[in-house]
Design a protein around this ligand. Structure first.
Ligand code: NAD
Length: 419
């Protein structure tokens, strides 16, 4: 299914996004120099004894793009395509994202180039613990706080928390977010990204006068972000007609039964073969006439070659960087309303922030408080971005970048340069 992905370099895309917004803002050269580049990049060797007795050396990364507004924050990805450039791009987007939702974090990202689907739990645990010990000098609750991303989860975070805590000699839950509840995780963190995506879709539908009830939806990627967004849209009465994951795509013109699809995926690990649906090809999902398209898989899935086929009215970027700049231009000229990633999927890091606050205070909140605060943060950020979009007549992506970059620029200008 990876055939739909373009080879565009995610870091080039991140830099192009930055320059476009900085140009519109008239950002001066010195401030650009201060905030554009990553502060710290660490590449580590991760030797792991595999179940067959052989040692395999993986390569891991942790990039801290910015700590200007607070500790660096960002997920850890396990995927065969992980590269330093990809991690740099994702870390850069985290900086602007945290600033867009105005939480006191900078941006970071980590990853290991590996194929987790071919590894046992034991191999994954040993790899995670060795990687943690390799990046340990630069992470910590006040310094850099990892979280789950593609093919990592709350169990991965538990191993990181345990490795870090054993080295320091006492339990330090605040070193990661997205932990299991029993270790100081937050209620609502698991579904936070999907909930945040949903809140921004509600705002976009209101702005465009599209009723959510009965709206048609296609979702590319059915993991944490995609499946929970689909569930919330289903609950709101939208018709989720097509869903894909790395194994295949399924379609039902009357709407898929999302709770049943989630149940099947949890049992067999794929959406392929869902009984009440017909199989379609990945490019057919992207070209589906629908109100809302939710790319929730990987970067660059919509690009120069397939962008013009998209027939959605709204694109809600649950994934990071799903559109290349070429696709952006094509879709903008077609009048598609794009909710950009650094706004759309910021619910995950927002509840990560809530989790970190709760860990630091040793005081835990109720789920309804978390959902309410999250919805408020997401809708405030949407309104802030929409205002810039309308006032400056720029795309929603440029508007979101202007908001995020502007807040980081202001912080760096006030802090000044050391020494
Ligand atoms: P996940 O591992 O839970 O799910 C990823 C899904 O994408 C899987 O269903 C996988 O099968 C599918 N997939 C992979 N390649 C595909 C392809 N070519 N076509 C269709 N489907 C494909 O990961 P996730 O946490 O849901 O992350 C998905 C995206 O959302 C990533 O871009 C991630 O950076 C972004 N994101 C996630 C969070 C979070 O809190 N989980 C927060 C912000 C952004």
């Amino acid at each position: 299914m990876l055939t739909t992905v373009s080879q565009a370099n995610a870091y080039d895309v991140a830099m192009e996004n930055f320059d476009s917004a900085a140009d519109v803002m008239g950002l001066d050269k010195n401030t650009r120099e201060m905030i554009k580049w990553p502060e710290r990049m660490l590449t580590v060797g991760v030797p792991v004894r595999m179940d067959d007795g052989n040692i395999h050396r993986f390569t891991g990364y942790r990039v801290q793009h910015s700590s200007v507004r607070g500790p660096a924050k960002g997920g850890i990805r396990y995927h065969p395509q992980v590269s330093l450039d990809e991690v740099k791009a994702l870390a850069t987007w985290m900086t602007w994202k945290c600033a867009v939702v105005n939480i006191p974090f900078g941006g970071a990202k980590g990853g290991i180039t590996c194929d987790p689907k071919k590894m046992s739990q034991g191999e994954l645990e040993r790899m995670t613990r060795r990687y943690t010990s390799a990046i340990l000098p630069i992470i910590g609750p006040e310094q850099d706080i990892p979280a789950p991303d593609v093919y990592t989860n709350s169990q991965t975070m538990a191993w990181i928390m345990d490795t870090y805590s054993m080295t320091k000699g006492y339990a330090i839950p605040g070193v990661v977010t997205g932990k299991p509840i029993s270790l100081g995780g937050s209620l609502g963190r698991n579904e936070a990204t999907g909930r945040g995506v949903f809140s921004t879709i509600e705002c976009a539908c209101e702005h465009l006068h599209i009723p959510l009830k009965g709206a048609t939806v296609a979702v590319q990627g059915f993991g944490n972000a995609g499946s929970i967004t689909a569930q919330l849209l289903f609950d709101a009465g939208a018709k989720v007609v097509a869903v894909s994951d790395s194994t295949g795509c399924v379609y039902n013109k009357n709407g898929l039964n999302i709770p049943e699809l989630i149940h099947m995926k949890s049992l067999c690990g794929h959406v392929d073969g869902f009984p009440e649906a017909e199989p379609i090809l990945p490019h057919e999902l992207l070209a589906m006439p629908c109100d809302i398209l939710v790319p929730a898989a990987l970067e660059n899935t919509i690009h120069a070659d397939n962008g013009s086929a998209v027939r959605a009215r709204i694109i809600a970027e649950a994934a990071n960087g799903p559109l290349t700049p070429a696709a952006d231009r094509i879709l903008e000229s077609k009048g598609v309303f794009i909710i950009p990633d650094i706004l759309c999927n910021a619910g995950g890091v927002t509840v990560s922030y809530f989790e970190w606050v709760q860990d630091e205070q040793h005081l835990f909140w109720e789920a309804r408080d978390i959902y309410k605060r999250l919805d408020h943060v997401m809708k405030t950020a949407f309104r802030d971005v929409l205002k810039i979009h309308l006032e400056h007549n720029v795309s929603m992506r440029i508007a979101a970048n202007m908001l995020g970059i502007g807040r980081v620029a202001e912080a760096v200008q006030i802090r000044g340069i050391y020494p």
